[in-house]
Design a protein around this ligand. Structure first.
Ligand code: AMP
Length: 209
């Protein structure tokens, strides 16, 4: 089963993708995480990505598509995967369909005030990149590295507003594309993680793949 998870920043798409991937034995592929790993490793790609991400802009399609396609060729991707954060443009969605079969595009959404509130609680480990929700942490240290967690540069309020605006503009053609190809499934993301995960599981059980 190959899935695309769509949704604005803060909707809980990443945590949900991790959870559903674990339940169904799928590979979770987050293009944002891949880019942050490149930045931490100080690669050429990371240096480019840093500027785009910190300015609240998308990476150029050609670079991100190339990076994703090489990931999809690795053996663990053969068991099926969830794409989280890709596609973000209509061109990316079309290019993806040229190379792989996507079974469903799960679109999560929630009101903007809910999204802004959730993002203000997001934290990340500057060493390993593990994500946290501040009020769910027993201390402000990463449980893997023991270093203090921080707010992602692109989670700062003014950058988030730009990201939400950009997302709203770009998502419509992608949603229309998946609607036309019969793959779009809308899910209400304004619920607890358990509630949303249960809804998605029911949907996946109804899919014939
Ligand atoms: P995310 O962790 O998914 O919110 O991604 C963080 C940032 O990485 C985004 O704001 C973009 O700058 C960049 N990025 C991630 N995925 C893509 C993509 N599919 N296309 C272009 N840029 C991306």
């Amino acid at each position: 089963m190959n899935l695309v998870f769509l949704g604005p920043p803060g909707v809980g798409k990443g945590s949900l993708a991790v959870r559903i991937a674990k339940d169904y034995g799928l590979l979770h592929i987050s293009t944002g995480e891949m880019l942050r790993a490149e930045i931490s490793a100080g690669t050429q790609m990371g240096k480019l990505a840093e500027k785009y991400i910190n300015d609240g802009n998308l990476m150029p399609d050609s670079l991100i598509i190339e990076m994703l396609l090489s990931k999809l060729q690795c053996s663990t991707a053969k068991q099926g995967y969830i794409l989280d954060g890709f596609p973000r443009t209509l061109n990316q969605a079309r290019e993806l369909d040229k190379f792989v079969q996507i079974d469903a595009a799960i679109n999560l959404d929630a009101p903007e005030e809910v999204l802004l509130k959730r993002i203000s609680h997001r934290r990340i480990c500057p060493v390993c990149g593990k994500g946290y929700i501040s009020y769910m942490m027993s201390s402000n240290l990463c449980e893997q590295c023991g270093v203090e967690v921080t707010i992602r540069d692109d989670d700062k309020e003014e950058v988030v507003k730009a990201r939400l605006e950009a997302h709203n503009k770009r998502i419509l053609p992608i949603l229309n594309y998946y609607k036309e190809t019969g793959k779009l499934i809308n899910v209400d993301g304004n619920d607890t993680m358990d509630g949303v995960a249960q809804r998605v599981r029911l949907i996946l059980e109804g899919l014939n793949c």
